[in-house]
Design a protein around this ligand. Structure first.
Ligand code: ADP
Ligand code: MG
Length: 686
């Protein structure tokens, strides 16, 4: 838990505080002193009475009552120190910088667990061990530099890796990003990224709290908790960007189904972030760029004006934005002509608005005013202004700062001359502004932000399904693939339409089916998992003689113990699958069948439960969506029914978590119906 003594301690002791500022215990003390910590600061160092001018207690037992302890001593000494501090000194908050705990070996894990138990016994807080610490407006509790500019409206940053936290801060600081807090959770012995996010959610007050959170995570241990608090924060008006590294693992583990092969754990992360409304970033630069975009006014539409004094970067930005689905609309008309009058001859306002290398601050002011007030088809501006190094550009950046104070539309400064006008950029940033040095990095990030969907609603409406009937099948099923009869029962109970079919054991029974439902029919083997591969599927059977002949042939195929008769359906092949992913619950995937899934891997995914809106989103994000809608006079697939089927699959796996994976492959869809003609369900109970 996160308590007041951690957030705002009245006293701090650095156990292992040192004069050597190249050691964590020395550097953190230096940072605490430099940050003008307002409360009482102590050191405990057995070799000194004073360290960096701060009183040191040679014996920890002599220390006065202290709220927060920073431990920078070897792991093996930490247990005794924690016990003493908790029992005798009223210490209820700990930051343990030291390594050598659960990340190293079993012995370390034992020490770590003992420390957590002790701290939990007084409802205390623990950050770490094996971390760089905690930094907030009250104290500089980290042993690294740089210390970023602190601002209550800056970024709250939580990192699962200490070293990476430093690099991310550096990436942010160089752009001008300010921070509200930095949490390096290390081994997450008591609190990980999820717990810190929970705290930020529970204490969030819109308009008061920092509106931007960024995360760097390597493992998601509590996906449900992450989803709950990230989506809650975003619904309250906060914005979140995150890097989840380690996604390239070959996800296809001995998979026997399509879903198994397509649904790697990274797909689950992707789905989780999308559901939460988190902007997923691929690296430090992108993360801090997205955070910087969040620090600007919200972009309300997709139309951007590119204002520039140089052609090249404007062209590159135009490419990045339009490839990413934003627009650079043409600007014309009387007001555009009036603006052109105010610029040097040779300028253009069509968008990009190019006011030439000789363009002045005054002209930039006219351009920004026109974009803000006159051009209704503009939602935001990117201003590119560097320098060939001939003259200073303070006046331009001052004007940019002034305009940004009053403009309702976001203005994104792209100031590429990080060498030629370094001083000017520093002055601009010192005013609290942010610079996007590279237009393409910025453009790609802006597109990503704009296209990230809103978080899921707090409660997801699920379709009605017959849960007792589902439970009965599942409870009676063994591990492994279940029988066609059990599948039919589950699909019926979940309201998922499937073909009329019947398992038969004799030629005569097969003929009875045909007489009942009419020709043509489809015949398949029962037993083998991949039926087509063994020649076990016969389509378009039109007469009794063929039924009898095929029955005999099919029964001879290896592992076959019966034949399944189907009505023949017509339509577009569609695929829906579900797979249980450790801790994440089930992900549900959909796409078109056939080559679209085999070759193009065109699938979309989400985590169960899934709302109807979300299901529509999945369908619409498919590259092959045009085929579902119907192209060039071809009949499409009923999207509403398909979306409904997706929500039903999600509801089914929610009711039956024992389903390890399931494939409806294919369903055949047209404008009137979407019918599953092949289904596989695998059960795995603990
Ligand atoms: P498997 O996936 O085990 O190879 P399927 O049952 O999916 O076997 O059948 C293979 C293909 O046959 C399907 O992808 C589909 O194109 C077609 N098919 C199967 N059942 C029917 C049916 N009832 N009506 C029309 N086509 C079908
Ligand atoms: Mg199939």
């Amino acid at each position: 838990m996160i308590n007041k003594k951690l957030l705002n301690p009245k006293s701090i002791v650095v156990v292992g505080g040192s004069d050597d500022v190249y050691k964590p215990g020395g550097k953190i003390l230096k940072n605490l002193i430099a940050g003008n910590f307002k409360g009482d600061l102590y050191v405990s160092n057995p070799k000194a009475d004073e360290v960096q001018g701060i009183k040191s207690y040679k014996n920890l037992a002599d220390l006065p009552q202290t709220d927060l302890a920073v431990l920078a001593i070897p792991a093996r000494f930490c247990v005794d120190a924690v016990n003493l501090l908790v029992d005798k000194k009223g210490t209820e908050a700990f930051i343990i910088l030291s390594a050598g705990f659960s990340e190293e070996n079993k012995e370390g894990a034992k020490i770590e667990a003992a420390i957590v138990d002790k701290i939990n016994s007084v409802n205390g807080s623990l950050i770490g061990p094996n971390c760089v610490g905690l930094l907030n407006e009250n104290y500089n509790g980290i042993f690294t530099t740089p210390i970023p500019r602190l601002d209550s409206k800056g970024v709250d940053f939580i990192s699962g890796s200490g070293a990476t936290a430093v690099f991310i801060i550096e990436s942010g600081v160089s752009k001008g990003l300010s921070f509200s807090s930095v949490w390096s959770v290390g081994n997450s012995a008591q609190m990980g990224v999820e717990e810190v996010l929970e705290h930020l959610d529970n204490t969030y007050v819109h308009g008061v709290s920092s509106p931007v959170k960024i995360l760097y995570v390597e493992n998601i241990d509590k996906p449900e908790m992450l989803l709950k608090h990230a989506s809650s924060l975003i619904r309250k008006g906060c914005k979140i960007a995150a890097v989840k590294s380690g996604g390239s693992e070959a996800g296809s583990r001995a998979a026997s189904s399509h879903t198994g092969a397509l649904a790697s754990s990274d797909v689950a992360v992707e789905a989780l972030f999308r559901k939460a409304g988190i902007v997923r970033c691929n690296g430090r630069e992108e993360l801090t760029t997205v955070a910087s975009i969040f620090m600007h006014a919200e972009l309300k539409g997709k139309n951007i004006a590119i204002v520039t004094h140089a052609g090249g970067p404007a062209v590159m930005l135009t490419d990045a934005l339009s490839n990413g689905g934003l627009e650079i609309p043409h600007i014309e008309g009387e007001k555009a002509d009036a603006l052109l009058e105010k610029l040097f001859p040779g300028s253009s306002v069509g968008n990009p608005i190019d006011f030439l290398a000789t363009g002045t601050a005054e002209q930039l002011g006219h351009i920004i005013d026109a974009c803000e007030n006159d051009f209704d088809n503009i939602d935001g501006m990117a201003v590119i202004f560097g320098s060939p190094g001939l003259f200073p550009v303070y006046d331009v950046y001052d004007l940019l700062d002034e305009k940004m104070k009053t403009s309702k539309k976001p203005i994104y400064p792209v100031l590429p001359s990080i060498v030629n006008v370094k001083d000017e950029i520093e002055k601009f940033v010192a005013k609290g502004r942010i610079n996007f040095p590279d237009e393409v990095v910025f453009g790609n990030a802006l597109c990503k932000v704009f296209h990230t969907p809103k978080p899921q609603p707090e409660t997801i409406e699920m379709p009605e399904i017959d849960v007792p009937r589902i439970r009965k099948v599942i409870d009676n099923a063994d591990n492994g693939y279940i029988s066609p009869e059990q599948i039919t029962e589950l699909l019926d109970a979940a309201g998922i339409s499937h073909s009329n079919d019947r398992v038969v054991n004799t030629e005569d029974e097969a003929v009875v089916f045909c007489n009942e439902f009419g020709y043509p029919v489809v015949m398949k083997v029962v037993g083998p998992v991949h039926k087509s591969d063994v020649g076990g599927v016969v389509l378009n059977v039109k007469d009794e003689a063929t039924v009898r002949k095929e029955f005999q042939r099919l029964m001879k195929i290896k592992d076959t113990y019966a034949v399944q008769m189907f009505e023949m359906y017509f339509g577009q092949e569609i695929f829906i699958g579900a797979k249980r992913e450790d801790k994440f619950g089930h992900m549900v995937l959909c796409g078109l069948g056939g080559i679209f899934i085999e070759v193009l891997k065109d699938v979309q995914s989400s985590l169960a439960p899934i709302s109807k809106d979300e299901a529509h989103g999945m369908i619409q994000r498919l590259r092959s969506y045009g085929i579902i809608k119907g192209v060039r006079g071809q009949e499409g697939v009923n999207q509403d029914i398909l979306a409904e089927q997706i929500t039903r699959i999600a509801a089914l796996v929610k009711a039956a978590p024992e389903i390890f994976e399931m494939d409806l492959n294919p369903l055949l869809g047209n404008s009137k119906e979407v019918v599953a003609v092949d289904a596989r369900i695998r059960i795995e109970k603990d």
